[in-house]
Unconditional design. Structure first.
Lengths: 542, 345
């Protein structure tokens, strides 16, 4: 989100999901939409089948949506900036750029355009492995369409240059005048039910709710006042991000951690290192539904409740705040998470007392301008998209309509950066990780019952048949996959989705944790790990 | 625009509108069975027949476009007889096993048979034993109950764009089969549109009667699409997940996780009491013991090393309200901005 915030002033999906029905072209990159956002994929297919929308897929994996695509390009992993710059080079040269829009609504164009001059089709082809014809056809498909939408997900962000990847997509959208219009936009698909809400609520080390920055004195004073604290009581320095917290534990700077509803001991990169970090903590508290791999390492485990046992709100990928409702009584002595936090806080000398989840939302709307008009009453039937500043405001389905949140849209001058780890003689394959349709994240929920395990019982590594033949591996054979950090054994699934030289392993399965292999190198701004590219060797297990 | 008369009422609608849609626009109900709002008209069931002045044969309202000046009748003795006959022909094959059918109580066929007062079927046919050849372990196909309306096949094609199922065989031997089990994702779009109990959720089989279930509207807990669904609750257990057509971004659709991924809620593995680790083993503890210990340890570390020595991870799984309180706790009570969550993972 850091990339979008820098470009436009606001880091969230700019347009509603349904908007793709109005797009002439949709560029789909770094999102396996049919597997990870199946309902969004319904709209993409409807757009193609009933509205004549053309889909352009650019992805190292041949995802299922390619069957619906007008054009599919399979670049080498970790070359996104190069192909995006390459498309923009062609778009400018062919006169497909929205010159008036750029002049009127954007800034930073001159330097940006100058830098693009070197991204000739020939140069880009050398980096990405795409042919010059492919690049031209893709540039035409996006550049000549109006409006055109861009969809992306973790395939763009989970790189050491993830923020720059996102900024590059922002450049592309602005260059063609696709921001602030129906059917356009730059749209990051959020992978978890309330990842948008956790960000909106200030579950980030540098901002309070609604992205109000902790390093602005007036903002701190406002929150100190609202929370009944002395004017200078709140910490002025941004805190540590998740991927910094664990190393800080190993260094002895962080002594204790409190984790609610997360399972980093399956989901984080370079797990063996994370385990070592957690062991170094003096005190570790986990609040969860289950005895997860993370909870097992805790000193104290607190039983929280599921979405079916509490009232509250989630925010979906298109910024719509929607209700969840208590349907069941709470099992055993488990307690609502809000009650646990409030009780703990009160015991530590800072009293918190709320009658209900609704009472908390009332406080949120008072301290958060973009949530000012959100009330349980208004969203009883249908959610509202933020920004929604007051109770008469209808919500904002499309961002940046007449102005960007930051005023003018900012073009960034960005150059291709190779991934931190490249395939070499010893580790000749590239490993990329992600999800499968029937499971979710670390599998703590989807792997609990019978149903979904019947559909997808076990972990499999997708490998190109060409590579498999070379290794003497047949479908179902056991593979040994190792990186510089660790090794796993996993069944092979021969599939033409990964190109030759690429293997894909999902991260849902704690018993075969692919994050033992992944590289913890981070994007310097967003601090996202490079899950999508690491060098591995693949052998038939003996 | 085209102007026509339906049951004596003048109606003006755009060209290309079907008679069924035109009638609906003026609140005239024509009985339907295979017709579904989200699908292109199928025209397989003959329930929506209407009379058009000057035409000898009754026409299917769902597939017949309006024409200027036509006079349509939606209800007559003749139409009722045709509809009754269509239903009777369905009932020749469809068993009246409503007492053990999960769809009983909200079955479109049951409602239409009731509405048309069919108490006797004069026709008989030889009983054919049919195997269930459906694609997925989560969706059960009951071939005897299938009325060959084609809603499921059409939805898999038109809504999901998958086409995993089709009708195989013809006439009496026809049944829905998986043409490509590998591409079926068990999303349940087919059972969502099935008007009878021919496709049912196997996890929910015999677990609750529709009229005894509480349906609690909520938001799905998986990906960021934010689908609207209903938790079907009986005896404090979630026994199924359903959706309402036209509600939320999903408009009634769900994926396999949203529709069938609810078992974790009532799992026996749920943590039911706080636990404290002593000598490497977890011991059950009271809330008072557990929270006292946490408050004491956090306070001691804060006093000795400052709030910055404590880190908190809030959750993309939890609600806004919980996330708000968690960061407020870290900032106001602990005194640090060390709060993050797994947005990056």
């Amino acid at each position: 989100m850091a990339g979008l915030a820098a470009t436009f002033g606001s880091g969230a999906m700019t347009n509603p999901i349904k908007d793709v029905l109005k797009s002439e072209t949709v560029l789909v990159t770094g999102t396996n939409t049919t597997e990870n956002h199946p309902i969004f994929a319904n709209y993409l297919k409807e757009a193609v089948l009933k509205h004549g929308t053309k889909i352009l897929v650019i992805d190292p994996r041949r995802i299922d949506l390619v069957d619906y695509a007008e054009l599919y390009l399979q670049p080498k992993p970790g070359t996104d900036i190069a192909w995006i710059n390459g498309l923009m080079h062609i778009i400018i040269k062919e006169g497909w750029a929205a010159q008036e829009y750029v002049a009127e609504r954007c800034e930073g164009y001159e330097d940006f355009a100058k830098n693009l001059e070197k991204y000739t089709p020939e140069y880009v082809s050398g980096i990405t492995g795409l042919s010059e014809d492919e690049l031209y056809a893709a540039a035409k498909l996006y550049g000549q369409a109006s409006p055109a939408s861009i969809l992306y997900a973790m395939g763009i962000t989970q790189h050491s240059c993830g923020t720059d990847n996102v900024k590059s997509l922002g450049n592309l959208a602005m260059l063609c005048g696709n921001m602030g219009v129906e059917g356009g936009g730059v749209n990051p698909l959020r992978g978890q039910n309330n990842v948008q809400g956790a960000c909106d609520m200030g579950g980030l080390p540098n901002v309070y709710t609604g992205y109000q920055k902790v390093d602005i004195p007036e903002v701190r004073e406002k929150f100190a006042k609202a929370w009944g604290l002395e004017a200078d009581a709140l910490d002025a320095n941004p805190g540590l991000v998740l991927t910094e917290m664990f190393p800080a534990a190993a260094e002895g700077k962080v002594k204790a951690m409190y984790i609610m509803g997360e399972n980093p001991l399956v989901s984080d990169p370079d797990l063996t290192h994370i385990e070592h970090c957690v062991e170094a903590l003096d005190f570790f508290v986990v609040q969860d539904l289950f005895m997860t791999e993370t909870a097992k390492m805790a000193d104290v485990v607190l039983p929280g409740v599921s979405f079916a046992e509490k009232d509250g709100t989630f925010v979906n990928s298109e910024r719509v705040v929607q209700r969840i409702r208590k349907a069941l009584t709470i099992p055993g002595e488990a307690r609502e998470d809000r009650e646990i936090i409030a009780e703990l806080s009160t015991r530590m000398g800072y009293e918190m007392k709320y009658e209900s989840a609704e009472a908390i939302m009332q406080e949120i709307s008072q301290v958060t301008p973009s949530y000012g008009g959100i009330t349980y009453e208004r969203i009883a039937e249908k959610g509202l998209a933020w920004p929604c500043p007051d109770t008469d405001h209808p919500g904002t389905p499309i961002l940046h309509v007449s102005n960007f949140s930051r005023g003018k849209g900012l073009f960034f001058t960005i150059d291709h950066q190779p991934p931190a780890e490249n395939a070499d003689a010893e580790y000749p394959f590239i490993l990329t990780t992600g999800r499968v349709h029937s499971h979710f994240h670390t599998g703590t929920m989807t792997r609990k019952g019978e149903g979904l395990n019947k559909v997808h019982p076990e972990i499999k590594a997708e490998i190109n048949p060409e590579d498999a033949a070379r290794l003497g591996v047949e479908d179902g054979d056991l593979l040994s996959i190792s990186s510089r950090r660790g090794s796993i054994e996993v069944k092979a699934w021969l599939s033409d989705r990964p190109a030759a030289g690429l293997v894909f392993v999902p991260f849902h399965f704690h018993e075969v944790a692919v994050n033992r292999l992944t590289n913890a190198v981070l994007d310097p701004v967003a601090k996202i790990p490079e899950y999508k590219v690491c060098a591995v060797k693949v052998e038939k297990a003996v | 625009m085209v102007t026509l008369t339906i049951d004596g009422k003048e109606v003006t609608v755009p060209q290309g509108t079907t008679i069924l849609e035109a009638a609906k626009s003026v609140d005239i109900r024509i009985p339907t069975l295979c017709y579904h709002e989200r699908l292109n008209p199928i025209g397989s069931c003959r329930m929506c027949v209407v009379e058009i002045d000057g035409f000898g044969h009754p026409m299917a309202a769902c597939t017949t476009p309006v024409e200027d000046g036509i006079e349509v009748t939606t209800n007559s003795d003749r139409l009722t007889r045709i509809r009754q006959d269509s239903l009777k022909l369905i009932l020749v094959n469809h068993p009246l096993d409503c007492p053990i059918c999960d769809k009983g109580g909200e079955c479109l066929l049951q409602d239409l048979v009731y509405e048309h007062g069919i108490d006797k079927v004069e026709y008989t046919a030889a009983k054919v034993d049919r195997d269930s050849l459906y694609a997925t372990p989560l969706i059960r196909y009951w071939p005897d109950r299938c009325i060959m309306c084609l809603r499921c096949v059409t939805a898999c094609q038109e809504i999901k764009g998958i086409g995993a199922i089709s009708i195989e065989g013809d006439g009496y031997g026809a049944q829905v089969v998986a043409v490509d089990p590998e591409i079926c994702q068990s999303c349940g779009e087919c059972l969502q549109v099935c008007p009878t109990g021919a496709l049912t959720a196997d996890l929910s089989r015999y677990r609750g009667r529709t009229w005894l279930i509480d349906r609690v509207p909520t938001t799905c807990t998986y990906c960021g699409c934010g689908c609207q669904l209903e938790l079907n609750v009986q005896n404090n257990q979630v026994i199924a997940v359903t959706t309402k057509d036209g509600v939320g971004v999903n408009q009634g659709s769900l994926c396999v996780k949203g529709r069938f991924g609810y078992e974790f809620i009532n799992s026996d593995d749920r943590l039911k009491t706080p636990m404290i680790k002593q000598n490497g083993e977890f011991q059950e503890a009271s809330w008072d013991e557990a929270l006292s210990l946490v408050a004491e340890k956090f306070s001691a570390i804060k006093a000795e090393h400052g709030g910055g020595a404590i880190g908190g991870l809030t959750s993309a799984r939890c609600s806004n309200e919980e996330n708000y309180l968690f960061q407020k706790f870290m900032r106001a009570a602990i005194g640090t901005n060390n709060v993050d969550h797994c947005a990056r993972l």
